[in-house]
Design a protein around this ligand. Structure first.
Ligand code: AMP
Length: 340
């Protein structure tokens, strides 16, 4: 589909969709999102039905600015299209435009223990830094389980940080099936070969994230090449001088090697052998990341000039997602003993 045309619908029925990932509009998308979730999603869209969605309901679990969430939702949708989501092949939509997410969320809460939600590491970490913790922060992994189970997704490309939440989705689905009869497909995480946990360039002990303070160690997908280069060249390494892939003892260098391997192929260990200094490695990594981002940024610039097109894609995606989700919700209600 070209920008400006109306979305066409040659897709297989939405109910057959199998690979799914969601992105939370809480910040500008960064390299970890691209390598950990977006690229694996896009890579297989011609092999398997694919769903991408903007998880705006999840953005409400912490203090938020309504205008910013709205803006970031459109920006991220545009970025997903720029990164290669083909709306003629895949379904792309905004979570809050598909009420079946919230409906299934409630039904799954009735199959989830308080202790299970309370044990989630992300809840512990995020709630520890806030004075007023929203109840939705506690129940967010159950909404995530609903997101995944709604479309019978079998494969969920996610970064390593989402492993525990995905495990909860599997546990709840299996328990539900055992208690109320076969209702849900049990999903599995799909981790990229390398780069399933890209670290912050300024602090290799922390995960690269959209909301990291100041963003000095985060490569945003819309960063101009000179900024990418500066961030990579300033990446924190260690006092060593030879280049080797040793994630436990030299996490900064290992991170650069993983980023490079994700961009150009090969394994971090093999690539390490080709460099005799950290400077060489940093230059190669900066070059590889800017080459990876260049075509995406070009496409983004074109798409951003036509937000009406992006909105039409999202509206079409939401319509199809509702058709698919309604079937799952109906099945779930019937299994639970609700009159449907
Ligand atoms: P979020 O930024 O929380 O909306 O995450 C969206 C997706 O990107 C999830 O699948 C995350 O696991 C993935 N992701 C986020 N940050 C990273 C990272 N630093 N490395 C690898 N994957 C990541």
């Amino acid at each position: 589909m070209t920008a400006t045309s109306t979305p066409t619908r040659p897709l297989p029925p939405a109910a057959t969709a199998r690979r799914l990932t969601g992105l939370k509009p809480t910040g500008h998308l960064q390299l970890g999102n691209l390598l950990g979730a977006i690229r694996p999603l896009v890579a297989d869209q011609y092999r398997t039905p694919t769903i991408g969605f903007l998880a705006d309901l999840h953005a409400l679990t912490v203090t938020h600015d309504p205008a910013r969430v709205r803006e970031l939702t459109l920006e991220q949708a545009t970025m997903l299209l720029a990164a290669g989501i083909d709306p003629d092949r895949s379904m792309l939509y905004v979570q809050s435009q598909v009420p079946e997410h919230a409906e299934l969320h409630y039904l799954l809460e009735c199959a989830t223990g308080y202790g299970e939600a309370h044990r989630m590491i992300q809840f512990k970490e995020k709630s520890a830094t806030q004075r007023q913790v929203r109840l939705s922060l506690l129940t967010y992994p159950v909404l995530m389980a609903a997101d995944i189970l709604l479309h019978d997704a079998q494969e969920v490309p996610v970064g390593e940080d989402q492993g525990q939440h995905l495990e909860l989705a599997r546990t709840v689905a299996a328990r539900f099936n055992a208690r109320y009869g076969e209702t849900f497909t049990i999903p599995r995480a799909v981790l990229p070969r390398v780069a399933h946990r890209i670290m912050d360039l300024a602090d290799p002990a922390a995960k690269m994230g959209k909301s990291n303070a100041a963003g000095a160690g985060t490569i945003f997908l819309l960063d101009p090449p000179e900024i990418v280069r500066r961030k990579v060249l300033r990446a924190v390494t260690d006092s060593g001088s030879t280049v080797a892939y040793e994630p436990d003892t030299r996490p900064g260098v290992a991170n650069l090697l993983e980023i490079l391997a994700a961009c150009v192929g090969g394994s971090p260990t093999e690539l390490a052998a080709g460099f005799s200094s950290y400077g060489q490695l940093k230059n190669a990594a900066a070059e590889a990341v800017t080459a990876l981002l260049r075509p995406i940024q070009l496409r983004y610039a074109g798409l951003a000039r036509d937000p009406g097109y992006v909105r039409r894609v999202l509206a079409d995606g939401a319509e199809r997602a509702r058709e698919s989700g309604a079937q799952t919700v109906h099945r779930t209600k019937r299994a639970l003993g609700l009159l449907v």
